[in-house]
Design a binder for this molecule. Structure first.
Ligand SMILES: *Cc1c(COP(=O)(O)O)cnc(C)c1O
Length: 397
């Protein structure tokens, strides 16, 4: 860093620990939950329906199915697509395990393709090399909220007659060439886990065409062709038929009540995320031991995560020690992600070596995710900036 930037090295250390990612819950969400508990409908019902409708409208998506996790949504999407034994699904090593676990759940074969160095999302050139006659689908992940390069991915899917199932856990709300992420592929699954941009504590939303979502809905609730709301409400009937052995993946109205409030607050929460990102980008772009995350011109990131990369050749410590130094300065962090091919189950089953996906492996060793959530104050942000720049100074090579 240049001498005149004078980082806030003199800033006193925090006295309280700054959590990596607490949820943003207001009195409005609490009141919505209490009201639901006081009503006579607490599981999947009118609030879940409304949440589906409002979520679909927000994205301009044709149809949406509320489920109890993004993982459940991905699983249902694979089942609804008829993907099973002998089929291959191409995905990224730079993701949470559940994106790949669901491919195992349907007894299909995950095929990894490496990521692009700037966005750490699926590299279309590597996808093209991975396509075989057995390939049935591509499962891109919009890492950290930045959309994968969907145009060439959709073009490959069109040429080879493949489905595209988007893991949209990080990408609410993100856009690609002016289109909302979640409306580009055949299916997209969003996560409302406690750390995500919109939370219902646990939950997810699967988005797709009305036909595909109708099939997914049956699979997500025991394979029954009528859901409980339709059976127990005034206009309902007691009769239903099981047409496939489905799963128990429905969202409750308690969760949907939280989701409806969070959806109203989403624009304001995103605004705050962007302000924080701007402060981080401004500060860290001045430090030569750091590489800041990108937002490509055709993309609008949801900024779910702020993934900073260390230039390890300019530091005397590694990423693990850097994280310890941040912890000593009361700053919570995380790492996204330990690449899939390094996990024992996948490494051993498929015989993957670390360098089989060199970009994911190399970048993994130098990434740190910093706190990024609407509840961060400007003082918190200044503390993070001071801690990071201080460590870069102290351990510069
Ligand atoms: C959080 C996450 C998931 C899983 O979401 P759940 O709602 O917890 O099932 C899937 N993929 C990615 C990339 C995630 O970060």
């Amino acid at each position: 860093m240049s001498a005149n930037t004078a980082p806030a090295v003199s800033r006193p250390r925090r006295t309280t620990f700054l959590s990596f990612s607490p949820p943003s819950i207001t009195e409005a969400e609490i009141e919505a939950v209490v009201n639901t508990l006081r009503s006579d409908w607490i599981t999947t019902g009118p609030k879940t329906k409304r949440f589906e409708t409002e979520f679909a409208a927000y994205l301009s998506a044709p149809a949406a199915l509320a489920v109890n996790s993004c993982t459940a949504g991905l699983h249902v999407a694979l089942v609804a697509s008829g993907i099973g034994p002998g089929d291959e699904v191409i995905t990224t090593p730079m993701t949470f395990c559940s994106s790949v676990n669901v491919i195992e759940h349907v007894h299909a074969t995950p095929v990894l393709a490496d990521v692009e160095p700037d966005t750490l999302t699926l590299d279309p050139a590597r996808v093209a090399e991975a396509i075989t006659p057995r390939t049935k689908a591509i499962l891109p992940v919009h890492f950290a909220g930045h959309p994968a390069d969907m145009a060439p991915i959709m073009e490959l899917a069109r040429q080879h007659n493949l489905l595209v199932i988007e893991d949209a856990a990080h990408s609410l709300p993100a856009s690609y060439r002016g289109q909302r992420v979640g409306t580009i592929g055949d299916f997209a699954s969003f996560s409302f886990y406690a750390t995500k941009n919109l939370t219902t504590a646990e939950g997810g939303m699967l988005v797709g065409s009305p036909d595909a979502i109708d099939r997914a809905r049956v699979i997500s609730l025991h394979g029954m062709n009528r859901d409980a709301w339709k059976r127990y409400s005034a206009e309902g009937s007691w009769y239903y038929e099981v047409i496939t052995p489905g799963f128990k993946y429905n969202m409750t109205d308690i969760q949907a009540a939280i989701g409806l409030v969070q959806l109203e607050r989403l624009a304001e929460m995103q605004q705050r995320r962007r302000e924080i990102v701007a402060q981080y980008q401004q500060a860290f772009s001045q430090v030569d031991a750091l590489q800041t995350p990108v937002e490509r011109p055709e993309a609008e990131s949801a900024w779910h995560l702020y993934v900073l990369r260390l230039s390890l050749d300019r530091l005397t410590i590694n990423r693990a020690a850097f994280i310890e130094q941040l912890k000593a300065r009361q700053i919570g962090t995380s790492v996204h992600f330990i690449p899939i091919h390094l996990h024992p189950y996948y490494r051993d089953k498929y015989g993957w070596k670390p360098d089989d996906f060199p970009v994911a492996y190399q970048e993994y060793q130098r990434t740190i995710s910093l706190p990024l959530y609407p509840g961060l104050t400007d003082n918190d942000v200044a503390d993070v900036i001071a801690a990071v720049t201080d460590i870069c100074e102290e351990f510069r090579r």
